[in-house]
Ligand binder design. Structure first.
Ligand code: S3P
Length: 169
């Protein structure tokens, strides 16, 4: 679709970016793109492999390039990885290239949703709750600085979240 602003979802692991993004795109008849998914497809390997072989730095470089490429599209719903806002270049691009929606959730909710997920290398450690709390402290201000609107996703259905986004953008 042409001449429509992109709708870009930012927020931490387990906030529901992929689920809500897919629903939102269907609701608005737009294409849905998922940055992590596209990185894996382009690389031909999954995220744990990229972290193992190239380290987090290697993954972040791929993520910068992917955000550059995906935000060149128009009218899409784009889900970003939880760490995308760490790079100033990404924050600038996301703001320039769409309406940014911060999907807020709590660490408690994240633990319920992602604690056992093997596909998230940053959480494969016993002190993952502490890791999530530190990530929250660092990243919550970055999500807020990047986003046009903040929408809570904890204790609500994905459908309710989508309805709120459609009302507010
Ligand atoms: C990361 C979040 C992941 C993925 C990678 C790093 C992060 O995406 O990009 O494992 O730093 O928070 P999701 O937020 O989709 O899980």
């Amino acid at each position: 679709m042409q001449d429509l602003p992109n709708l870009i979802l930012v927020g931490p692991m387990g906030a529901g970016k992929s689920t809500i993004g897919r629903l939102l795109a269907a609701e608005l008849s737009r294409d849905f793109l998922d940055s992590d998914h596209e990185i894996q497809a382009r690389c031909g390997a999954d995220i744990p492999w990229i972290f193992d072989v190239e380290g987090e730095e290697g993954f972040r470089l791929r993520e910068v390039q992917m955000i550059e490429d995906l935000t060149a599209r128009e009218g899409v719903v784009l889900a970003t990885g939880g760490g995308a806002v760490l790079r100033e270049q990404n924050r600038r691009r996301l703001r320039e290239r769409g309406s940014v929606i911060y999907l807020f959730t709590t660490v408690e909710q994240q633990l319920k949703r992602v604690a056992k997920d093997r596909n998230r290398p940053l959480l494969q450690r016993p002190d993952r709750e502490q890791v999530l709390r530190e990530m929250f402290e660092l990243r919550d201000p970055l999500y807020r600085a990047t986003a046009d609107i903040v929408v809570r996703t904890d204790r609500r259905s994905p459908r309710a979240v989508v309805n709120e986004i459609v009302r507010r953008v």
